[in-house]
Write a new protein. Structure first.
Lengths: 279, 178, 409
């Protein structure tokens, strides 16, 4: 029987133990999980070689549901844990699933330094513009003027452009998409898994129950439609005048370049020292 | 006869006193003696106070800091003032008169030598003052053999600096003969 | 009147990694390793390497930095990994990650960094992941005095992380023992699957002493137990063998889940009161059922002592010097020294309290260890328990202790 997509997902879930999941109805996290699994399945990667690491937050609950080596860690520290795993066993595929608060606020320092090292981690940051698990507080990606329980009069801070941050810090693969663009997401994850070096994929996602309600965004379908209508592919931006780009989500692979990767550099260093040592 | 010898090498950061302490301790190790070497210094790499303690004994050394100093080397006025009164009865005091101008008390066990000036004059730089003063101390006190000191210097400084330091050592030994 | 220097040192429970000194000297002539002058921090670094540590992640901080510097030079020679992380939060997390991937992992820090590591230490404990944290103590609180000695982290090493989390904390008093207890710390972390802490005094970390390390063949190494069951039968937290369960590494086919949430025996999060209670009991019993294996104390000149000094690390050395002088004057005084601070050596301290009139507790803080002794003092009035405290960045000297001995005798 042909592998219809749903069956592929089921092969990778720990469905005997860990369901129902904690995510609200309409949450985009499941869409991202599906895309990750299909990308892995399409590359036929041995699941024993996959380590999925996460921090704290809604998206960080993802690892418990999947049948990989899974590590659910501390708030903000997933990239640091992942660095330890990857450096000790470089052949493992280490995927970090994180959220905007986990990755860009409390974990921002680890993000920029991992990007600088260009260590081969695949960071998938699910950006729902809010702290969902704790009930709707302002995050570094909450837009200016948007509402949060800790910004009851509207957010006065500018929001973080995480992809620009990662590129500025030296990430060698950076991409952005939305939860609406599932095929694109899956293909980006596949690309990142085949890339050697620090990879960040930002997935703009819908949190209808918390963010959506606080900001009157309508339900999940409406939010996903908004992603469709308010985003443009990177390739289209060249032809469009600046006022048509202003305020839009730019989707696409923003950077993909070959740069020395940390664990490869480290093992080359070991070899160099050992041969220089003679004997 | 067993004796515990407590040496304090004092001055300011950058004068190489901790290295001198390590060399003295290493010389004692070469003679199979028990030894501890500790130091106290400020957070800065240059300037500020600094001292190294070396305790050499034939018995186990419990407390590793000099509390009853058998021999004090002071390369600065501040160090001399600070530690002079921790010197034991009959303790030996060695001061660098390049920097130590006032001495609160002097005894027959006091040696006054302008180490830094001599290093500048004979070696063209004050950089080996520490080794010169240490060699002087070793010769005067006899706490380790001269040959052990030489070997310890060779083991402790970078190859490029062995010659100049051995030269400084010899000057130190010669000064002590006078 | 010769000072009593017969070191009547009995190391109870001496399961030290290295062989006893006499044997060491006996085989000295055939040995690869000679007696050398070595610093405490160096001894820790070489202890780590001899114990099989193949992963170090750390962040520079005085007075522990030499450990990182030596390992940065040595680990790449042996295919071990060294990484300087962006901060101490990342350092502790990286060593836990590496340990789960199969590494023997260690980090080294000092007070401010140790404070930052506390959340990670709690994670290592609840997930039962082996790792070692070396804390070279300096004067606190906050930045304090970076190059001066203090013993202010004794309680933090036990209670620093939130929630109840039984601790294993070792405390050497010399350069040689720094080497031995580093090996022991790594061994215990592997055996008990937990974060073991090695507390060092600044003075010992920077002190140099003549040390002869054992040849590597004479070092006793303990490695974590590996599962022998097929993956589908594997339980990440199995209750067999006195709560010491096998540990598979990532990438070996055992696809288990690790979480800092309260979890069941498979590692999956749980809110069930019975499972939560079981997990907490497991963490507690793992330590308390193995006290005899964990506790190490040195009892020095205690046979006829009427006055006991209870001290650890560098302060115990001042005590030994004071004891030599006091004994020469006929005062019957001895020392009880914990090499394992946590779990606390309750039995040994109770025995000491039964046999002496007075206990002096010198420590480089405002009073931490003394409260543990007090906890075990049922029939002693406060007069029998005497503190000596110093937090000025200077050591407690033999004279400080001697004066107190003379005051009470």
């Amino acid at each position: 029987m042909a592998n219809i997509p749903q069956r592929i997902i089921h092969e990778y879930l720990r469905h005997d133990k860990k369901f129902p999941h904690v995510w609200c109805a309409g949450c985009s996290n499941g869409i991202v999980l599906g895309a990750i699994i299909r990308a892995i399945a399409s590359l036929n990667i041995d699941r024993n070689d996959i380590v999925m690491v996460s921090g704290i937050g809604c998206s960080s609950r993802m690892p418990v549901y999947v049948d990989f080596n899974t590590l659910h860690t501390l708030h903000g520290r997933s990239i640091a844990f992942a660095t330890g795993v990857k450096l000790h066993k470089p052949h493992l595929k280490v995927i970090v699933v994180t959220g905007d608060g986990d990755c860009a606020a409390i974990g921002g320092n680890h993000l920029i330094h991992a990007a600088r090292r260009n260590i081969d981690l695949k960071v998938i940051m699910i950006n729902n513009n809010i702290y969902g698990m704790t009930g709707g507080q302002c995050s570094p990606t909450t837009p200016h003027d948007a509402y949060a329980t800790t910004a009851p009069y509207g957010n006065i801070e500018p929001d973080f452009n995480i992809c620009n941050l990662a590129m500025g810090a030296g990430a060698s693969f950076v991409a952005r998409t939305t939860a609406f663009h599932v095929q694109e997401m899956q293909s980006m994850i596949k690309d990142a898994l085949q890339h050697t070096g620090f990879s960040l994929i930002e997935v703009i996602s819908a949190c209808p129950v918390i963010y959506g309600r606080l900001n009157k965004k309508g339900g999940a379908p409406q939010m996903l439609k908004d992603f469709r209508d308010n985003s443009i592919p990177l390739s289209a931006t060249e032809k469009l005048p600046p006022d048509k780009i202003e305020g839009k989500i730019i989707r696409g692979i923003l950077r993909k370049e070959i740069r020395p990767e940390f664990t490869a550099e480290y093992s080359a260093l070991c070899k160099k020292i050992q041969t220089a040592g003679g004997e | 006869m067993t004796k515990t010898y407590e040496v304090r090498l004092s001055g300011s950061g950058g004068q190489g006193l901790i290295l001198a302490g390590i060399i003295l301790a290493r010389a004692a190790v070469l003679e199979n003696r028990k030894v501890t070497q500790t130091q106290s210094y400020g957070p800065e790499s240059r300037g500020g106070y600094s001292h190294a303690d070396v305790i050499i004994s034939d018995r186990d050394i419990h407390f590793p800091e000099a509390t009853n100093i058998s021999c004090l080397l002071a390369l600065t006025q501040e160090a001399c003032d600070k530690f002079l009164f921790d010197l034991s009865d009959n303790g030996i005091l060695i001061i660098d008169t390049t920097f130590v101008k006032n001495l609160a008390l002097a005894s027959e066990n006091t040696y006054e030598v302008p180490f830094t000036d001599i290093a500048q004059e004979k070696l063209g730089s004050p950089i080996s003052t520490n080794i010169m003063a240490l060699a002087f101390l070793v010769k005067v006190t006899g706490i380790v053999k001269e040959s052990s000191l030489k070997k310890a210097i060779e083991e402790s400084v970078k190859p490029a600096f062995i010659d100049v330091n051995l030269k400084a050592m010899q000057i130190g030994f010669d000064l002590a003969k006078k | 009147m010769t000072e009593k220097d017969k070191t009547k040192t009995t190391k109870e429970k001496a399961s030290l990694a290295a062989k006893p000194e006499s044997k060491l000297e006996e085989i000295q002539t055939k040995r690869e390793r000679k007696t050398v002058l070595m610093q405490g921090n160096e001894a820790v670094a070489y202890g780590a390497l001899d114990a099989g540590v193949d992963f170090f992640a750390g962040y520079p901080i005085t007075p522990s930095t030499e450990i990182a510097e030596i390992l940065a030079a040595e680990l790449p020679k042996r295919n071990g990994a060294f990484i300087q992380m962006e901060d101490e939060l990342a350092s502790i997390c990286a060593i836990i990650g590496a340990s789960l991937a199969g590494a023997k992992a260690l980090t080294a820090t000092s007070g401010p960094g140790f404070s930052l590591m506390q959340e990670g230490i709690g994670f290592a404990k609840i997930t039962e992941t082996p790792c070692v944290v070396v804390d070279v103590q300096r004067v606190g609180p906050s930045t304090g005095m970076p190059t001066s000695p203090a013993q202010g982290d004794l309680m933090q090493s036990k209670w620093g992380s939130h929630g109840d989390s039984p601790a294993i904390v070792l405390y050497p008093d010399s350069v040689k023992e720094s080497y031995e207890l580093t090996i022991r710390a790594v061994n215990l972390s592997e055996k008990y699957r937990t974060c073991v802490i090695l507390l060092l005094d600044e003075v010992i970390a920077h002190m140099r002493e003549a040390v002869c390390l054992p040849d590597i063949a004479n070092v006793r190494i303990i490695n974590r137990i590996k599962p022998t069951v097929p993956p589908q039968w594997y339980k990440h937290y199995d209750e067999n063998q006195k709560y010491l369960s096998p540990l598979a590494s990532f990438g070996e086919g055992y696809r288990y889940h690790v979480t800092g949430l309260t979890h069941d025996s498979h590692g999956f999060p749980t809110n069930k009161p019975s499972e939560a209670a079981e997990m907490m009991e497991r963490l507690r019993k793992k330590i308390s059922y193995n006290i005899r294996d964990l506790v190490q104390i040195e009892s020095y000149e205690m046979e006829d002592a009427k006055i006991a000094i209870f001290a650890a690390g560098i302060t115990s050395r001042a005590a030994k010097a004071a004891i030599a002088t006091a004994r020469a004057e006929g005062i019957k005084v001895g020392l009880l020294r914990p090499l394992t601070i946590w779990p606390f050596p309750d039995d040994a301290v109770r025995k000491m309290l039964r046999n002496v009139d007075t206990v002096i507790v010198p420590e480089l803080n405002q009073g931490q260890l003394i409260h543990e002794v007090q906890r075990l003092t049922k029939d002693k009035s406060d007069g029998g328990l005497i503190p000596i405290n110093k937090v000025s960045g200077e050591l407690i000297t033999p004279n400080d202790i001697l004066n107190k001995i003379k005051e009470v005798c």
